[in-house]
Design a protein. Structure first.
Length: 500
């Protein structure tokens, strides 16, 4: 199987429905751009509602087909293990595709894709461990139990920043449970999900279990979320889109949305490690991570020294082509994203924040036409500044000084997001108090952006709801049915409820 860039370059990528590549009914395609030079490098099908319906019908048929429905959980686990092996074999090719599509560092995408097989193996092992419970009731001749069942067709919508890693978190458990899936990847990064479809077919999953619809959010994405045969939606993307999806249809959703995460530095910490942690938290992936620690709170006694060190490290961040091993920041994924970052830095300066590093598009002859932006530090920030309230999704951090721990918790939680938080301190009591009191689905102490597929992740507040990762996601994507059996043989008064 050839998944190399040369096969995709210049190609027209069709949809993947019922195990086959299918042209969109409208015949329309749209370009996918290389963020390093803003040039289109392949075309992807621009699906309409009729294509979405075909994919959902294929997934629905597959869900009821005995080839999938009557497959044992052990056999589903075996299929997932085969898929894990195939992903391992092709991890570097998949990583190269993602880097070409979203401009993120090749070394980062390789780590993500080389780790993906472990995630599939983890959920392969879960396939036969999902079960209901027997519940004792007050009537001794009654059996009361629960069944854990697949839900049906799951519609998945993914963003462009880590397409396959984010998809894995919901796809692997869905396949382990026995659901079928229609994925709508971001229109900016469709190629890796289509490549994955080839691997899923090769692993032996029945046709229709996994389908890919490509196209725009407002058309293909919206048609998928509105389709009455989609039983559950797994959405990863912006809070604005999540809100629209949730309002559109009464259907169970798992929402992984945006963030504006607090990253806290106490004076008792190792300042060099903390600077490194803050840089990792907000500048990795050019800030295009939902968990970006974009609001940095620093204890007053070390504030000036910390800002100086952070600014110094930020100025030394190596901007370059994402395939170069030495590069630390590549381009942003989209032209619109570059404009947005620039706009928000302007808002910050206009609101009175002090620009101490970055703040420009780099002017370099060796980066022609790419969507690059310097990592940027805005000191003396406040929570009420616009760039501190809205998610920017770019390499921009605001730094705020705080006096004490109780003030800090108020500042950290003063946001409508609640995805992640980080704290640097040597005081374990303080770390635990922070972890308890901060409104965030994930809290890191003396580390940041440490991900594990065995951890339940997911935000609070407007960062979303529902979990992925760990066993929790198996509950999220299965449904719980209660069965009550009366084996007393007695006939009851038909007009009185039977309390048991
Ligand atoms: P986006 O909301 O613009 O798009 C995400 C996906 O939704 C894309 O596939 C898009 O085509 C689709 N979409 C857009 N409009 C739609 C509609 N009306 N109906 C259905 N689908 C629609 O987000 P993005 O710019 O691609 O990604 C960046 C955002 O994703 C950021 O806000 C980031 O924080 C968030 N994100 C969250 C997580 C998380 O785990 N919480 C992870 C990664 C990214």
């Amino acid at each position: 199987m050839d998944l190399t860039l040369k096969v995709i370059e210049g190609s027209r990528q069709d949809l993947f429905i019922a195990g086959e590549r299918v042209a969109p009914r409208s015949g329309r395609y749209m370009p996918s751009y290389d963020p390093t030079n803003a040039a289109p490098w392949y075309e992807v099908a621009d699906a309409g509602a009729d294509d979405v319906d075909a994919a959902v019908q294929a997934a629905k048929r597959a869900f009821h087909d005995p080839a999938w429905r009557r497959l044992t959980q052990t056999d589903r686990g075996k299929l997932l293990r085969r898929l894990a092996d195939l992903i391992a074999e092709h991890a570097d090719e998949l990583a190269a595709i993602e880097t070409r599509d979203n401009g993120k560092l090749l070394k980062e995408m390789r780590v993500q894709l080389r780790a993906a097989p472990d995630s599939y193996l983890y959920f392969a092992g879960m396939a036969d461990k999902l079960h209901g419970e027997t519940i004792p009731v007050n009537k001794l001749d009654m059996l009361n139990f629960t069944l854990r069942e697949p839900i049906g067709v799951v519609g998945m919508i993914s963003p462009w920043n880590s397409p396959l890693m984010l998809l894995t978190g919901t796809l692997a458990p869905c396949l382990a449970i026995g659901n079928t899936v229609v994925v709508k990847p971001s229109e900016h990064t469709s190629a890796s999900t289509l490549a994955l479809a080839e691997l899923i077919a090769k692993a032996g999953f029945p046709a229709g279990v996994f389908n890919v619809i490509t196209g725009k959010g407002a058309t293909a994405g919206e048609a998928l979320t509105l389709h009455p045969d989609v039983a559950k939606i797994a959405f990863t993307g912006s809070t604005a889109t999540g809100r629209r999806i949730a309002a559109n249809r009464l259907v169970s959703c798992q929402m992984e949305l945006g963030g504006k995460s607090p990253h806290v530095v106490f004076a008792d910490t190792d300042i060099e490690r903390a600077v490194n942690g803050v840089v990792a938290g907000v500048f990795a992936a050019a800030g295009q991570t939902c968990i970006a620690g974009s609001r940095c709170f620093v204890e007053k006694s070390i504030y000036a020294a910390f800002v100086e060190k952070l600014a110094d490290r930020t100025r030394r961040v190596r901007i370059g082509h994402p395939t170069d091993e030495d590069t630390e920041i590549g381009p942003l994924a989209l032209a619109a994203q570059l404009d947005k970052v620039e706009q928000y830095v302007d808002y910050g300066v206009a609101d009175g924040a002090r620009l101490v590093a970055g703040g420009h598009r780099p002017r370099r002859d060796d980066l022609p036409g790419g969507w690059y932006y310097e990592p940027t530090v805005l000191a003396d920030a406040r929570n009420d500044m616009r760039f501190m309230r809205d998610e920017i999704f770019g390499p921009v951090v605001g730094v705020v000084s705080f006096d004490n721990e109780s003030e800090l918790i108020g500042l950290a939680n003063d946001t409508h997001y609640g995805l992640a938080a980080g704290v640097w301190t040597r005081d374990i009591d303080r770390a635990l108090r922070f972890a308890r009191n901060v409104d965030a689905g994930t809290v890191w102490v003396n580390t940041y952006r440490s991900a594990a597929y065995m951890s339940p992740s997911g935000g609070f507040k407007e960062s979303g709801y529902g979990k992925r990762g760990g066993f929790e996601v198996m509950r999220e994507f299965s449904r719980l049915k209660n069965v009550v059996i009366d084996y007393s043989g007695a006939t009851q008064d038909p007009f009185v409820i039977r309390l048991c």
